[in-house]
Ligand binder design. Structure first.
Ligand code: ADP
Ligand code: MG
Length: 367
């Protein structure tokens, strides 16, 4: 888990591109990010995600910028550390492996940049983390898209960065390859003491990977905070519509083989979920979409819904023009969202502070 108190990355960039042109773009961001775990930068195409990353990497020099990584200043009024002198790893959408070098050739080349060198033990650990032992002698054109990205991630880690930047690393992979690589990114998040900035326009990747979330729109940060806090906002400026929903971190505590279900506990309650083969005690992320949550004043034992949780209404926000409303709920420290019609809100007459039963129609484990 992230310790909020640790000062991690502090960044501030303000710049207008193409001010002289009719179509200019302004980046105006201020970020305070944790010093470990995955921070997802989420936003539509053209919202300025890559530009932000280029500023952090020093590839884009802007008039007004401040950047510090823990105690190191990379940019302020007096200082501008050039890209090659910044200890950072970069993974792009398209792998940028050298085609004339084998997988391990690529790794060895990168290690020359590592501060203080890389021990055999460190090399073996990273190769094992990315599961690329068997690929050592393969050339990039002999690797699948997913394998190339795993080698590219290992290469980025072997320069011993203090910050890992990933710009839509899965965007050019098909669904099967994405599924193949996601567990490696989870391992990275859990095992490596390194802040990772992960750009994506996929809310599924955010739900699965992020600890911390930055939402960008038109060059600005419109929300930032812990994943659960940002996803449970009823006033998120970016309309997620049918994708609105939260991610609940839970632990598998029981297997019901007869009905093919697992019981998972989270702070404040438990959920029965379809058995996907997860082991007991395993930590899982459960995505609960707001549209799958309905509300009732009483607990209905006769309903087909398995998961009913007692909750407190925290906040209600009507769609400005539509028929729907978003209701934020609290179950102990866990936050949920329900998307129900404004008429239903009126009908069951709920307000902040009301006690309700949240009925969850279906849940999905993020994998
Ligand atoms: P995203 O990665 O979120 O899709 P980008 O950061 O690539 O968005 O682009 C955001 C906007 O910034 C685009 O409209 C792009 O044209 C503009 N932009 C980025 N860099 C420059 C530059 N050096 N000069 C002019 N415009 C730029
Ligand atoms: Mg981009």
């Amino acid at each position: 888990m992230i310790e909020a108190a640790t000062p991690g990355i502090v960044a501030k960039f303000c710049h207008t591109f193409g001010a002289e042109l009719r179509r200019s773009f302004s980046l105006d961001v201020e970020l305070q990010l944790p010093s470990s775990g995955i921070t997802a930068v989420f936003g539509e195409s053209g919202s300025g995600k890559t530009t932000l990353l280029r500023c952090i990497a020093g590839l884009q020099r802007v008039q007004r910028g401040n950047l510090s990584i823990r105690d190191d200043i990379w940019q302020n009024e007096q200082t501008f550390i050039p890209t090659h002198a910044r200890p950072l790893g970069f993974v792009f959408q398209e792998s940028s492996l050298f085609p004339h070098l084998s997988a391990f050739g690529n790794l060895h080349y990168a290690m020359k940049r590592a501060d203080g060198g890389v021990t055999q033990q460190e090399f073996d650990r990273i190769v094992a983390l990315m599961g690329i032992e068997e690929l050592s002698n393969h050339y990039p054109d002999q690797l699948s898209g997913g394998e190339k990205q795993r080698v590219a991630i290992a290469r980025a880690l072997l320069i011993k960065p203090r910050l890992l930047l990933m710009d839509e690393p899965l965007a050019s992979l098909d669904l099967a390859r994405k599924q193949e690589i996601l567990p490696y990114l989870e391992t990275l998040r859990e095992e490596i003491e390194l802040p990772i900035l992960y750009i994506t326009h996929s809310i599924g990747e955010v739900a699965r990977l992020a600890n911390y979330l930055v939402v960008m729109e038109q060059g600005r940060v419109v929300a930032q905070g812990d994943l659960a806090d940002v996803l449970s906002r009823v006033d998120l400026p970016v309309r997620l519509g049918e994708d609105s929903g939260v991610v609940v971190q839970a632990t598998v505590v029981e297997r019901d083989s007869q009905w093919n279900l697992l019981r998972a506990e989270f702070p404040g309650g438990e959920l029965w979920i379809p058995d996907g083969g997860d082991a007991l005690d395993e930590k899982i992320r459960i995505r609960i979409l707001a549209r799958d949550v309905s509300l009732a004043l009483q607990s209905h034992d006769d309903s087909s819904i398995v998961n009913r949780l007692q909750a407190e209404v925290v906040e209600i926000k009507d769609d400005v023009d539509g028929a729907m409303a978003l209701v934020k709920l609290r179950i102990d420290s866990t936050l949920l969202l329900a998307r129900i019609s404004r008429r239903s809100v009126h009908h069951i007459s709920i307000n902040p502070g009301s006690r309700v039963w949240a009925q969850i129609k279906s849940v999905a484990i993020q994998r």
